[in-house]
Design a protein around this ligand. Structure first.
Ligand code: NDP
Length: 467
């Protein structure tokens, strides 16, 4: 497959929730910026006409607050619609006609995973998969076996380099910033190892619950929803060796090496929690033991990271919405200033959302006679947030065949291998108050490294404060 630009975008699931919430507003934004100038073919089975699809897209763009009548009219002129069931061969014959001789379509599967085999077979059977690319949305399976089955299904028609597994988290500006900061500077390298790093923490906190998506969440829980994919990818970026270049294959090679070196997790290093009131949410079983919070400790068996605990925590209904990484450095080997009270390790702090911060935490002397200090932070970067929407970046990359920000087969499977031992739901689920930092038992996970560092809230004036 060449790296030529895709010449048509085919959207399976055009009438679905994700298409409305994310994909249409993104395609419109790309069109407006001049980054998308190919036909867009929606495929669904709603008994729609092309006008229905255009109305649906208009509504989606309006809801995203981006609507401009003139631009939308030009955007809508690029749209086509194919109505039909994905299980029927005629749907794909009709799609073949609508493709109108396009040679390199991008097939975007915004559909339930149970429909993947039907669509992949349909595309193959109609001869419209050759030279094409395919984008699949997470979840890539729900355990190692189903991830393998999904990959086998995709590979029956598409070669690996034509498959783009979206983990939208990788397209986020701050996540890219993390990769950039690590390898665009030399000063980190001498200390970025087990000799100077005491522990690493990653917290992904959401201040809201399942907001109407209880039925979906019942099938996943925090480990499958964000830890197996997003947060393990952050672990990989923090822990990987320097890639040969920023070429997709080299970056993904280094990440997979990290995943292969992560010790499989054990229930003893996991605490699961559920916010009080979750079981009363719509679509949630009254006796559900799905976790809305998980805290775990993992180790990477490599020369660089042997013995350094990586603590990962994610939860809903916590005090703030923020994702933050802190890399705690070891204390100085000798206490020179006896009166000094060290309360916080020197550290690097990477705030990945909602705003972007890269900071070095250190001690500086307080003015006065006493040799006493206080913790202070040197901020390298503090930005309000993402400049380009992650979906825009990812769809743009997939259109030109750049796979750097997508999950490769070996990496998706290795990530499942890591969490597989804790997926059986046997670890007890502890209840916690909505608005707290999760169950009290989570403190045990971080007890050996001085406790969890809770991210702070971003105030309207741009400053941070404790929630
Ligand atoms: P929806 O259930 O809202 O939409 C499913 C779409 O698939 C609809 O357009 C539906 O068409 C179509 N469809 C389903 N079965 C058939 C069939 N047999 N023949 C033709 N069309 C069919 O799902 P979502 O949009 O929520 O999710 C899509 C994918 O994206 C899933 O894999 C999900 O996990 C993933 N995802 C979703 C997120 C979200 O926020 N929604 C976030 C991240 C990932 P019709 O309406 O005509 O039946």
């Amino acid at each position: 497959m060449t790296a030529a630009r895709s010449d048509t975008l085919v959207l399976f699931g055009a009438s679905g929730d994700l298409a409305h919430k994310k994909i249409f507003p993104t395609l419109y934004a790309m069109f407006k910026r001049g980054r998308l100038n190919v036909p867009i073919i929606g495929v669904a089975k709603s008994n729609w006409t092309l006008d229905n699809l255009k109305d649906h897209a208009k509504d989606a763009v309006r809801a995203a607050g981006r609507y401009d009548e003139t631009v939308f009219a030009r955007f809508a002129a690029e749209m086509r619609y194919v109505d039909g069931d994905y299980r029927a061969a005629e749907t794909f014959q009709a799609l073949r006609g609508a493709l109108n001789g396009a040679v390199r379509p991008l097939h975007y599967l915004a559909i339930p995973p149970s429909m993947f085999p039907a669509v992949v077979d349909g595309l193959g059977g109609a001869g419209i998969a050759k030279e094409a690319r395919v984008v699949v949305e997470k979840p890539f399976g729900r355990d190692l076996a189903s991830a393998r089955a999904l990959n086998d299904c995709l590979h029956s028609v598409f070669p690996e380099d034509a498959i783009f597994r979206i983990d939208h988290y990788l397209g986020k500006e701050p996540v890219q910033n993390l990769l950039y900061f690590r390898f665009a500077n030399s000063f980190l390298e001498p200390i970025w190892n087990r000799h100077y790093v005491r522990s690493v923490q990653i917290t992904m906190a959401e201040s809201f619950g399942v907001v109407g998506r209880g039925r979906f969440y019942e099938e996943v829980g925090a480990i499958r929803d964000v830890i197996q994919n997003h947060l393990l990818q952050v672990v990989a970026i923090l822990a990987m060796e320097c890639p040969v270049s920023d070429n997709a294959a080299f970056v993904r090679d280094e990440k997979v090496k990290v995943f292969n070196a992560v010790r499989p997790l054990t229930p003893a290093e996991l605490v699961r929690g559920q916010y009080r009131g979750y079981r009363a949410e719509s679509g949630v079983a009254p006796d559900s033991d799905v976790e809305t919070f998980a805290a775990l400790r993992l180790y990477i068996d490599s020369w660089r990271w042997q013995g350094v605990p990586f603590l990962v925590r994610a939860g809903k209904s916590l005090p703030v919405t923020a994702t933050e990484v802190t890399v705690d450095l070891v204390d100085p080997p000798q206490t020179v200033f006896a009166a000094d009270k060290r309360t916080r390790a020197d550290h690097y702090r990477f705030r990945l959302g909602p705003d972007v911060v890269i900071a070095l935490g250190a001690r500086a002397k307080q003015p006065g006679e006493a040799m006493q200090g206080e913790p202070t932070e040197l901020k390298f970067v503090h930005q309000r947030g993402d400049e380009m929407d992650e979906y825009e970046r990812l769809i743009g990359d997939a259109m030109v065949g750049d796979a750097t920000l997508f999950a490769r087969q070996d990496s998706a499977e290795a990530q499942w291998r890591i969490v597989e031992p804790i997926l059986d739901g046997k670890a007890p689920v502890h209840e916690y108050e909505a608005g707290s930092w999760g169950p009290l038992q989570a403190a045990d996970i971080a007890a050996g490294v001085g406790g969890w560092h809770d991210p702070m809230t971003l105030k309207p004036d741009g400053s941070l404060s404790s929630p």
